[in-house]
Write a protein that binds this ligand. Structure first.
Ligand code: FE2
Ligand code: FE2
Length: 246
């Protein structure tokens, strides 16, 4: 039994492609077919695949059906995180999605999923992404109003993550793998409310996505930091090969 993760599939089987770069960059060419082949090679029926957000370009469920069908048809158990582009997933309707896709997909928000004696916990997360103002290649300032707004979203997501940890703890779990769509820290930080929570609950790994395009691959923590292993799993970074987490 293995646990795999990847993020940012950005599928568009029945919706408008909103990132033209996805057509130009070679890594995105036929990425749905490349990813399916890699999954079929690596993932067995008893394995679990966590998809760390940004599943579909569709703006509503009616534009995402084929994208979700594609995900359903991949091998293994599938757990989905909410990405910033997942407009079909109303934050208040996670339970309804879990009823609708029962036995096919599990939507991770304010809840958790058991994986052996581990709890898979997670939320979308958030982090301040600028604008930053540069001089001589160094950040000298940033948009303070935007940062304040971002802080509110960070706090809301931190509360959702806390609920996920607490739900798992209440059921007796003490080993955690923590998932975020956004990176746990912004480009100026080494610590955040999310890294603090990972440390407080003793998460063994923090897995995140969202950073795609080569310029962004090293925006946040990688490797061990305060005893926690941080790993980026955006699809183009992994060249569409799901990363084995456990
Ligand atoms: Fe993305
Ligand atoms: Fe994203």
């Amino acid at each position: 039994m293995s646990l795999f993760a990847i993020g940012d599939l950005h599928l568009h089987f029945q919706s408008e492609l909103k990132a033209p770069g996805q057509l130009r960059e070679p890594v995105w060419k036929d990425h749905e077919a490349v990813f399916r082949r890699n999954c079929e090679r690596l993932i067995r029926p008893e394995d679990t695949l966590v998809l760390a957000g940004d599943h579909s370009w569709g703006r509503k469920m009616a534009e995402c059906g084929k994208d979700l069908d594609y995900i359903c048809s991949l091998p293994g158990r599938k757990i989905l995180l909410r990405g910033n582009h997942d407009m079909f997933w109303d934050a208040k309707k996670t339970e309804a999605l879990n009823r609708q896709f029962a036995g096919k997909l599990f939507f991770l928000q304010n809840n958790y999923a058991a994986y052996g004696d581990y709890a898979i916990v997670g939320t979308k997360g958030y982090t301040f992404e600028g604008p930053f103002y540069l001089r001589g290649g160094r950040i000298v300032d940033w948009d303070r109003a935007e940062e304040e707004h971002a802080q509110q979203l960070v706090e809301r997501e931190a509360e959702r993550l806390r609920m996920s940890f607490e739900a798992a703890k209440a059921d007796g779990f003490s080993r955690f793998i923590m998932f975020l769509h956004y990176p746990p820290t912004n480009i100026m930080e080494r610590n955040s409310v999310f890294t603090a929570m990972a440390e407080r609950y003793g998460a063994e790994q923090v897995i995140y996505a969202h950073c795609h395009g080569e310029r962004r691959f090293h925006d946040s923590l990688e490797g061990r930091h305060h005893g926690v292993l941080y790993r980026l799993v955006s699809g183009d970074y992994l060249r569409w090969e799901p990363l084995r987490i456990l």
